[in-house]
Ligand binder design. Structure first.
Ligand SMILES: [Zn+2]
Length: 108
């Protein structure tokens, strides 16, 4: 029985590797989930399984996800508008002293 221990180790390593592979390929227990927004029962897709793997607890159906993407796009667009507003403030901040300087120079 001299070979018993190495065989046991090999089997243990094989099980560990198999568990790692299973962990990578694991899927949510339920095939379906309830959308966190509209509570529609929805079948898991690659997107939600990926989210589940990284530990997300809330899942959204395709239409809510599309809505979210759209709202995010508008958020980014409004953020862009805000930053151009900031640019406007900078232009005013630079132009006001310049105009004041020119006015003072013209008066003196
Ligand atoms: Zn939904």
């Amino acid at each position: 029985m001299r070979g018993a221990v190495p065989v046991f180790i090999v089997v243990a390593i094989a099980i560990l590797i198999a568990l790692q592979i299973l962990r990578y390929w694991r899927r949510p227990k339920e095939r379906t989930f309830r959308c966190a927004k509209c509570s529609t029962p929805t079948v898991h897709t690659g997107r939600t399984i990926e989210a589940w793997r990284i530990g997300k607890q809330k899942f959204f159906c395709d239409s809510c996800h599309a809505q979210w993407l759209q709202s995010r796009a508008t958020q980014i667009a409004s953020r862009r508008a805000e930053s151009s507003g900031c640019l406007g403030i900078i232009v005013v901040a630079v132009a006001t002293p310049l105009i004041a300087y020119l006015v003072v120079k013209a008066l003196t």
